[in-house]
Structure formats: C-alpha cells, structure tokens
Design a protein around this ligand. Structure first.
Ligand SMILES: Nc1nc2c(ncn2[C@@H]2O[C@H](COP(=O)(O)OP(=O)(O)O)[C@@H](O)[C@H]2O)c(=O)[nH]1
Ligand SMILES: [Mg+2]
Length: 379
C-alpha cells in the first residue's frame, strides 16, 4: 500500500503548537537548573569558621566552586592592564592646559605671567609647596632661552611626579607560589570596594589567581557589593553574613583561605568610617597584625577621592599613621579637572600613586603613567 502523507494546513498549526510547548518546557527546565546551581554555588564551598562571633564563608566566584582558581567560563574577560591609562587619557579633562592657554600665549614672562601660572597650578590642586617648586624650575629653565614655557612646565611637572618611582603592585609573578597580601584602606565613600573589585580584574587580566576578603563588616551590603565584583570576574570572596562581625577575623580567614588554595594574591577591603577615628585606626592595625600571621602584607593601598581635593587629603593622612602605606589609588579622576592632586598626594604621603580611577566601568582603573598623565593634564 502506498501511503504518502501530505501535510495540510491543520497539521502545520498542530506542529507549531507542539514545538512551542516542548520548547517552552525545556527552556523553563534549563532556567530552574541554572538558578539552583547559582544559589548553591554561592554558599556551597563554605566554611572555615572564624574565631569569634562571625561565621565566615567563602562565596565562590566560580562554578563548580574552586576558590582561588582564577577565571571560570561564567566570568567575563577583564581588559588587559597595559594601555588602559592611554585608552582613557582624554577623561582627565586637560583642565590645567585650558587654564594655562593665557600663560603659554604670552610673549613676555613678566610678573603677571608667573602669577597666572601660580593660580592655574593652585586651582588644579597641585598644592602650595609643589607649585612654588614647579614655578622656580620653570623660571630657571626658560631663563637660558633653550626651552619654551610649555616644554619647561612639562619637564617640571614630570620631575615633581617622580617618573622613575616603582608603581607596579608588589604581587610577584602569577603562579610563583608566593602569596601576596594587599590591604585597601581609606575614608568611607572614596571608592575602596569598587577599587578592590577593579584591582581583582586587573590582576586576573594579568594571570593572577585572587581571593577577596570583605573586612568591611559594618553592613552585609558591603560584602554583597564585593562578592558581586568577585563573582563577575570569577574569584572567591571570603565574607561574613553578620553585620558588625569582627573584621580582623574575616581578614585572617581570607588570607588563610588564599594560602590554602595556593592563590597568588589576597585582596582585603576594609571599612572607612571616621566617626571614631581611633577605633578605626585600631581596627586597621589589628587587621594588619592578624594578616601578618599568615603573610606580611606587601601592599597597603590608600584610596583617595580626587574630587575631594586638599580636604580629602588631610583626612587621608591619618591612615598613614595607622598602617605603613605603600601606594595610592586615586579614584574619580574622570570627575575632576583638578588632576594636580596627584602631585599633592604623593608629596603629602611620600608614596607613589599606583593606580587611578578613570570612570565607573569595571575596567576603568588603570596603572598610573606619569608621562601620559602630564600630556593629559596639559591637554
Ligand atoms: N566616576 C567614578 N566613580 C567612581 C570611581 N571609583 C569609585 N567610584 C564610585 O564611588 C562610589 C563609592 O564607591 P565605593 O567603592 O562603594 O566606596 P567605599 O565606601 O570607599 O567602599 C560608587 O558609586 C562608585 O561607583 C571612579 O574612578 N570614577
Ligand atoms: Mg566599601
């Protein structure tokens, strides 16, 4: 018997309905499985229990959970560190260059001209001491007639920036088996947590395995914020779910976990409330001491908000009395035309600016480049 089935209109409609129902059911199933995996992953690999009140957990950034194992398929790919600064240089705004248009345009460098230069430098937050030093150098250099005022100023700014300072993060080579601890400190709201997340991305981009420690325990939201950064780039976050848990316990557990996992770097976020300055400084001192029991911190980075200028700088200086700073992260450079604050902070704190924040994007944190900075500043 010759049976040939020729589909009619009704069959096509039935077919579409069947495909829709089966497809929808499959889609629902996949979604449910994905959600279960995510919520399981966040708490699965718990559990070193901290000394004291807080139960500290490891929120794995990877799935399946392997703290400290670097990136996972789910994690996004951070931008390589080389060239980041240059790619964002125009965000510096070139405010000083604009303010100096009059000075550069002058034929005679009379007293009025030097006052104009002084005012522009002060307005750019260069600071009084560095401004005097720069003006003296520019005067000496243009005096011999060999250089233009612009060239002389470029040179003086570069020298004041200490272009040969080592601005690399002292974290060793990826996979060298030598754990490096990095503490991040600073006043509330300057961009510490954000910077820890961004530094993790920089390190992962350069091949390091990283563990994060959420030692700002005032609010669980702070740890959530850090954990989100960690999960995005595929690194584990050691945290407590209890508000007000002992920050030093969390810091210790983070260092300990990183060591056990053979991670390259443990990056520790801290609280920055200044209501009780001596309490805060004691707390930082304690965090430093307990982390040192696992490994002596190699970097203590002070985060400063560039938009707060000399005020923020005065507040930040107390941190240098509590812990031995090794470098500065200057955030929100995209939000100010007063880039001269780089010179002022380095002079006031005696440590180099190592990283600058140039936007709110996940990879908008760049290793500082003195030459590129001066070019950007002069516009
Ligand atoms: N525009 C800009 N915003 C930044 C930068 N760094 C941090 N922020 C913002 O500053 C705010 C405070 O950051 P947060 O990390 O929570 O500060 P913390 O209290 O010091 O931990 C957040 O809204 C960040 O997005 C930066 O480089 N540029
Ligand atoms: Mg924070």
């Amino acid at each position: 018997m010759d049976v040939t089935w020729i589909p009619g209109q009704a069959d096509v409609v039935v077919g579409i309905v069947v495909i829709a129902v089966v497809g929808g059911a499959l889609w629902w199933g996949v979604r449910r499985r994905g959600a279960a995996k995510r919520s399981g992953g966040a708490l699965a690999s718990t559990a070193p229990t901290a000394a004291g009140r807080s139960r500290v957990t490891v929120a794995s950034g990877t799935s399946p959970a392997t703290p400290g194992s670097g990136t996972s398929q789910a994690a996004d790919q951070p931008e390589e560190s080389a060239g980041r600064f240059a790619r964002r240089r125009e965000r510096l705004g070139g405010g000083l260059g604009t303010a100096l248009a009059g000075f550069f345009g002058r034929r005679d460098l009379d007293r009025g001209a030097w006052e104009e230069l002084e005012e522009a430098l002060l307005m750019a937050d260069v600071g009084a001491a560095t401004t005097s030093q720069i003006i003296a150098q520019v005067q000496a250099r243009v005096g011999d007639g060999q250089r233009s005022a612009r060239e002389a100023l470029r040179e003086a700014l570069l020298e004041a920036l200490d272009p040969d300072a080592d601005r690399s993060l002292a974290v060793g080579a990826p996979g060298d088996g030598d754990l490096a601890a990095v503490l991040v400190v600073g006043v509330n709201g300057v961009g510490k947590t954000t910077s820890v997340g961004k530094i993790a991305r920089l390190l992962v981009a350069d091949g390091h395995s990283v563990v994060l420690g959420a030692a700002d325990t005032f609010r669980a939201a702070a740890a959530d914020q850090l954990e989100t950064w960690g999960a995005r780039v595929g690194v584990a976050t050691v945290r407590s779910h209890t508000d007000g848990a002992d920050p030093a316990s969390v810091a210790y557990e983070a260092a300990h976990t990183a060591e056990q996992d053979g991670a390259d770097v443990v990056l520790i976020d801290t609280a920055g409330r200044l209501q009780n300055k001596s309490g805060l400084m004691d707390q930082l001192g304690k965090i430093h001491r307990v982390v040192s029991k696992v490994v002596q911190p190699r970097e203590i980075l002070l985060v400063i908000d560039a938009t707060t200028g000399q005020n923020g700088l005065a507040q930040a200086q107390v941190f240098g009395q509590a812990v031995p700073l090794t470098g500065i992260v200057l955030t929100k450079m995209d939000g100010t035309a007063k880039g001269g604050i780089v010179l002022a902070v380095q002079r006031a704190l005696g440590v180099p600016v190592k990283l600058v924040g140039l936007g709110e994007g996940a990879d908008d944190l760049a290793p500082f480049d003195a030459h590129g900075f001066v070019d950007g500043l002069l516009g």
